[in-house]
Design a protein. Structure first.
Length: 92
């Protein structure tokens, strides 16, 4: 899905790096267990394939990408902030 953004890694990192102070503080609250619990709770929303019908084979379609793009961007931003927070706590 990231490939559909048509940006290189540096451009995409700059594009995503737009968290407000309030969002960053909220996302950094908690620990790695709470981060994992949040991801598990989101699972039912991520694996909705709107055009899959009764098929057991799920393809990542343009419709799915459109439906999940904002969620993907937010999760990548959260992951980057949280990883930075964990690394900062280790090396400080």
């Amino acid at each position: 899905m990231v490939d559909f953004e048509r940006l290189d890694y540096t451009e995409y990192a700059r594009f995503l790096d737009r968290a407000s102070e309030a969002d960053a503080s909220r996302w950094l609250a908690g620990d790695t267990i709470s981060y994992a619990d949040e991801a598990v709770a989101m699972r039912s929303k991520l694996y909705l394939f709107p055009d899959s019908g009764k098929s057991a084979v799920h393809k990542i379609s343009y419709k799915y990408i459109g439906a999940q793009r904002d969620r993907m961007r937010e999760q990548l931003l959260k992951g980057g902030l949280r990883l930075a927070g964990v690394l900062n706590s280790i090396f400080q």
